[in-house]
Design a protein around this ligand. Structure first.
Ligand code: APR
Ligand code: PHB
Length: 389
């Protein structure tokens, strides 16, 4: 098989890029290790920045997002009894849209067939070859038969564990990594949210987040030691802990219900640089991971895709080889700023096991400063709604 761009991975990054290229008449094929149902079964964050919404609008795939997404003009930081509201709309003139990553992925998947975007699911043994040169190719097997895709560019959109990043020689790429000493236990339930806006809480017992998917479906998190297992957390224990950590006001409005999904995910900050090597571009989780505090993961994948689509258009439509060469620096400039924000909000809102009284005093001082300073709130707000692309 021969195409212009082979996209490895059909998560949001791969599907968004595939649709953008198709819309511009650039040939591409997407290959994905899992089945469509498996991809849709992964529960991830659900807060969209402008960049993500804009890409869906540009593709004309924003109808459901516009109908069902919830625009949020603010969110809250809670510290014990106090609630500090960050007025996103008042401070930045912008908002975020609460719409699950699963739903966005479903919209992109549903449109693949009607728009002729070729996505090959359930492929195995994917390997990237000759990424240094001008004629790279990808091999894989499907139903036991070996296949090969020859192309001009490979887009590695295969997430943190995929093979694309590993195709960059160790002498070229560098990892920047920080692991956190806790994970987030998430619970999804068909109950109305306890508050109309998100609440991120730093309580002496640990972190909690009240989020939602719709007016009838809630998503909550608590941080837990990495040694905890899901069996340690029956639903009632999760609800009890949420009620304490989110504070009495939120607890009074919290409706409990059976978990539709419950899982523990570790937290990590990770950047791989550069994000391009030869004919290989990396996008999304393949190149970087943020801790979920701030909900930047999907939005960063979208901004990478925005820059990658621009680079590929320049390359294929205008013969501009510099467009490809400039991709990594452009994408990384925004990646590092989102990494910084996600890291700093994580630092502010969690009790780290190694923290002493000094570190705690720093958190209290910072929350006090945020509560009293419009400048501090503006800084948080402009990062939360998303920095410009
Ligand atoms: N071959 C083909 N596909 C692969 C391979 C492989 N060897 N390995 C992984 N994949 C697929 C995964 O099955 C997955 O569907 O690549 C896809 C990567 O998708 P995501 O992990 O969702 O990553 P990305 O598209 O970059 O989206 C970033 O997802 O992880 C969240 O928080 C993150 O919200 C952010 C978003
Ligand atoms: C979610 O709704 O799953 C969510 C919201 C905000 C975050 C992380 C996750 O920062």
């Amino acid at each position: 098989m021969k195409t212009q761009v082979c996209i490895v991975g059909a998560g949001p990054a791969g599907l968004l890029l595939g649709h953008l290229l198709r819309a511009e008449g650039i040939e591409c094929v997407v290959i994905e290790r899992r089945s469509p149902d498996y991809v849709l079964g992964r529960i991830r964050a659900g807060v969209l920045e402008r960049v993500t919404v804009s890409l869906m609008e540009r593709l004309g795939l924003d109808a459901r997002l516009k109908a069902e997404g919830l625009p949020h003009d603010g969110f809250n930081l809670a510290d014990g009894e106090r609630l500090v509201r960050i007025d996103l709309a008042g401070l930045t003139g912008q908002h975020v849209v609460v719409y699950g990553q699963t739903e966005l992925t479903r919209d992109l998947m549903d449109a693949s067939e009607e728009r002729g975007l070729e996505v090959i699911y359930e492929v195995e043994d994917v390997a990237l070859h000759d990424v240094d040169g001008d004629a790279p190719f990808v091999t894989f097997s499907k139903g036991g038969a070996g296949q090969r895709i020859d192309c001009r560019i490979i887009a590695g959109c295969d997430g943190f564990h995929g093979p694309s990043r590993r195709a960059v020689p160790a002498s070229v790429g560098k990892d920047y990594e920080r692991e956190y000493p806790f994970g987030w236990l998430g619970i999804l339930a068909d109950v109305p949210p306890c508050n109309h806006e998100l609440i991120y809480a730093n309580h002496e017992r640990g972190f909690a987040l009240a989020s939602m998917r719709s007016k009838t479906r809630s998503r909550y998190y608590v941080d837990v030691p990495l040694t905890d297992r899901i069996e340690d957390w029956p639903d009632e224990r999760v609800w009890d802990e949420l009620a304490i950590r989110l504070g009495p006001e939120a607890a009074a409005h919290m409706t409990r219900g059976p978990a539709l999904e419950k899982s523990i995910a570790p937290l990590r900050s990770f950047v791989f640089a550069p994000m391009r090597h030869g004919s290989l571009l990396l996008c999304g989780d393949a190149a970087h991971i943020v801790p979920p505090t701030g909900a930047k993961g999907l939005n960063l994948a979208a901004s990478d895709v925005h820059y990658a689509a621009e680079a590929l258009l320049g390359f294929f439509k205008r013969g501009d080889a510099d467009a490809i060469a400039g991709y990594s620096d452009k994408a990384l400039a925004r990646v590092w700023k989102s990494e910084r924000f996600s890291w700093s909000l994580t630092r502010l809102m969690h009790r780290f096991p190694e923290d002493g009284p000094f570190e705690r005093a720093m958190q209290v001082a910072e929350l006090d400063y945020i509560a009293s300073s419009r400048a501090a709130q503006t800084s948080i707000a402009e990062n939360y709604v998303g920095l410009p692309v």
